[in-house]
Design a protein around this ligand. Structure first.
Ligand SMILES: C[S@@+](CC[C@H](N)C(=O)[O-])C[C@H]1O[C@@H](n2cnc3c(N)ncnc32)[C@H](O)[C@@H]1O
Length: 561
């Protein structure tokens, strides 16, 4: 029985990062073996919809109160579909709780198969796969594995000849989705048209034991996370390579720092390198990971890691930073855009009839809906790992509920960090990014920054779409003025916050969304530039700047309610 309890724990405990499989293999206190647990969860996730239906129709949750919906789903999976049945002694109370209903369960399973017009269990399995795909609008299967080639250690051509030599190139991202259960697991590769040296392969591909991964020649980095460094450093070549120094102010674990170093390596005429990037993170623990990532990528000659350094405590006037011309800021955010980062299967769970509303309760609920309380009515179908977002240690733990107070605090800090970046004396380029979908952390922060004193005094403006690197100019998802409605994905009139930005400014902002055909999570990035450095006389306002830094709440001007 420990197998089922272990599986339930794995599915319900908060993510500690890493892939789903690696989490099972590194979990402590498991009593069953990791391969057994992994196989059970993966198999059950293929059958979840029909198992939920069978359990609901057989109504066993009403009679067997010891069974949680998730535990029931896993047990009924093995009871109906595993050759050996439930992996527990015949006398175990939970095994008995399922087997007491074996006649009804079998009958409901047969009815579910017949309802779908399937003659065999194999046909039913294929039908379920199609059902799942339709339910997710096809998008669930399009989240690929993104792989960035590190130009410090290798090139795209070299990787195509080596690591990906057995891969077949496809023209569209959609082709990476397996047509069926794909027993051959074809090796397919898609070269991204927006970010140089980025490829996508089907999600299951595992490179963690490949020499290229171990040597830092390839880096597993989501496409959206590659936007900021590319937006900052662009398509420059040896003729117009980036000259000044760079800062990554919120850098751990280091993906964007190593991406900047990779782009610099590509621009360089000769092999000669110099320390050109200051990379820091306020967290000492995460700074250690940052240092490891930098070393693995071969970026030590280019990057100075400032471990445990609070970016806000850097003095922009310090002579050390007098040549800093570009800054990349990717501060902590709500993480509301993160999806499927750790590929935890989303299980559709049965609902107990006892917990479903009775007819009179339904009426009451309906009345409340008529009164405008729609939240009550729209209960989503229960799922294990219910939110598609997974917690990550670099951002807040995302939850489905929108906590405005928390978002306001985060956006205050985000704006403060970018304003600080705008004060560096030689700075001409700044990028700001989040993996949040909320307007208040994105376009609203941009609007607020544009009207800030430092931006006005130093002539900061947004990097227009027509000035962006070629790949990003082609990117079609742009800034929004109002938050999107979660149900319809359309900008909502109900949005609590409206971004006070011109159409041109919204065009300058780049957005990524989850659930569409692009295979990404939610992400936001905007670039700021200064046209000239002729405003230095007005910049002598540093005492006032310091004062602003100490004022946590700042003035909130960027948008109107
Ligand atoms: C979203 S993560 C950065 C991810 C990173 N850019 C990457 O691509 O790998 C945000 C990081 O900002 C750091 N951070 C937050 N506030 C900071 C500050 N004031 N100074 C330096 N680091 C900060 C957090 O410790 C966290 O590691």
């Amino acid at each position: 029985m420990s197998l089922y309890f272990d599986a339930v724990n794995i599915l319900t405990e908060p993510s500690s990062g890493g892939s789903f499989k690696s989490r099972i293999y590194s979990a402590r206190n498991l009593r069953a073996t990791p391969p057994q647990i992994y196989a059970l969860i993966i198999e059950a996730s293929k059958w979840d919809r029909v198992l939920a239906e069978v359990i609901e129709r057989a109504d066993i949750l009403t009679w067997e109160r010891k069974l949680s919906p998730l535990l029931a789903l896993l047990l009924v999976h093995d009871h109906l579909l595993s050759k050996k049945g439930i992996a527990a002694p015949a006398t175990h109370p939970l095994r008995q709780a399922v087997e007491r209903h074996k006649v009804r369960l079998k009958a409901e399973f047969t009815k579910a198969r017949v309802r779908r017009g399937c003659a065999t269990v194999e046909q039913l399995k294929a039908a379920l796969l199609r059902e799942k795909r339709q339910a997710h609008g096809g998008s669930h299967f399009i989240y690929p594995r993104w792989v960035r080639i590190n130009n410090i250690r290798s090139t795209l051509d070299e990787q195509l000849r080596t690591t990906f030599s057995s891969y077949e190139c496809v023209e569209t991202l959609a082709e990476l989705a397996p047509e069926d259960d794909d027993p051959k697991k074809r090796k397919l590769l898609y070269i991204d048209p927006h970010i140089p040296d980025l490829v996508a392969v089907p999600f299951g591909a595992d490179f963690t034991s490949s020499p290229a991964y171990k040597n830092g020649e390839i880096i597993l980095q989501d496409k959206a996370s590659c936007f900021p460094a590319y937006l900052l450093l662009g398509d420059r070549g040896p003729q117009d390579a980036w000259e000044g120094d760079l800062v990554d102010g919120c850098a751990a674990p280091g993906n964007k720092t190593t991406h900047m170093a990779s782009l610099l390596a590509k621009q360089r005429k000769q092999k000669k390198t110099r320390k050109q990037i200051f990379s820091m993170d306020a967290s000492r623990v995460r700074s250690k990971t940052l240092q490891k990532m930098v070393s693995l990528a071969g970026a030590d000659p280019t990057v100075t890691v400032l471990q445990g350094q609070d970016f806000l405590a850097l003095d922009p006037m310090d002579s050390q930073f007098e040549n800093v011309s570009g800054l990349l800021l990717d501060p902590s955010c709500s993480g509301s855009g993160i999806v499927g980062r750790d590929d935890v299967p989303q299980l559709t769970l049965p609902v107990s009839k006892a917990s479903q509303p009775s007819k009179s309760q339904s009426k009451k609920r309906k009345r409340r809906v008529d009164d405008g309380d729609e939240a009550e009515e729209q209960q989503p179908k229960a799922t294990a790992a219910a939110s598609t977002a997974s917690p990550s240690d670099e951002n807040d733990i995302p939850t489905d509920a929108v906590d405005h107070e928390r978002l306001t605090k985060l956006s205050n800090l985000q704006a403060r960090i970018v304003e600080h970046a705008m004060k560096f004396s030689s700075a001409t380029h700044v990028t700001y990014s989040t993996c949040s979908i909320h307007l208040i952390e994105n376009e609203a922060v941009v609007a607020r920054l544009l009207s800030s004193e430092v931006a006005q005094q130093r002539s900061w403006r947004l990097l227009r779409r027509d000035e962006q690197p070629e790949g990003l100019r082609k990117w079609k998802y742009r800034g929004i003025r109002r938050d999107r409605d979660a149900e319809t994905d359309v900008e909502s009139d109900e949005s609590a916050v409206v971004a006070n930005l011109s159409d041109e400014d919204l065009e300058a902002c780049l957005r990524c969304w989850s659930g569409d055909a692009e295979g990404l999570g939610g992400f936001f990035v905007a670039g700021f530039v200064r046209d000239s450095l002729s405003h230095t006389a007005r910049e002598a306002a540093s005492p006032q700047d310091d004062q602003e830094d100490n004022n946590d709440e700042g003035e909130w001007e960027g948008f109107s309610d």
